[in-house]
Design a protein. Structure first.
Length: 159
């Protein structure tokens, strides 16, 4: 997921910042999102348009990254769509069956689209969640690097 966050559309692209927000929310645990929203304060009231509802998606893979695609298996995904009183709509998807996370993410997306809380959402929700994810990825990389084995060949002479 980190690669997608790093390669998100530029801020000047239409919807670029929203795509980045959605990537960050999808990757973050619900508890972290709730903690950030608590700092943010009250979100506008939202009416459910769709869901939250859980379904299955087919996960595809490729051998070596460039081989022929194959079906790896199915994964549960929860989606939600909400509408604010002014008509702003937010959509969210969450891997797994966490309906509360999908609903909260959709409310944040709708509030971001509305624009009144956009800068606060970016500073108090998106940026801390991105920093937490970057720290987590960095820790995993450090742990993996510590187990790396360097192989080398010693020259034993001309015998």
């Amino acid at each position: 997921m980190t690669e997608r966050m790093d390669a998100a559309a530029p801020a000047d692209a239409p919807g670029g910042d929203l795509k980045l927000l959605m990537d960050v929310l999808a990757a973050a645990p619900r508890a972290d999102i709730e903690a950030c929203v608590e700092v943010l304060g009250d979100l506008p009231e939202a009416v459910p348009v769709r869901g939250p509802e859980t379904g299955l998606v087919m996960v595809r893979g490729r051998i070596g990254g460039d081989g022929a695609p194959f079906n790896l298996g199915e994964a549960a995904v929860t989606r939600a769509s909400v509408r604010l009183a002014d008509g702003s709509v937010g959509h969210a998807y969450a891997l797994g069956q966490d309906r509360a996370k999908a609903s909260l993410s959709a409310r944040l997306a709708a509030a971001w689209v509305q624009g009144d809380l956009r800068s606060e959402i970016e500073t108090l929700v998106r940026d801390p969640l991105m920093a937490a994810r970057a720290a987590e990825v960095s820790q995993v990389k450090r742990e993996a690097a510590a187990t790396k084995v360097e192989f080398f060949t010693m020259v034993r002479g001309d015998d």
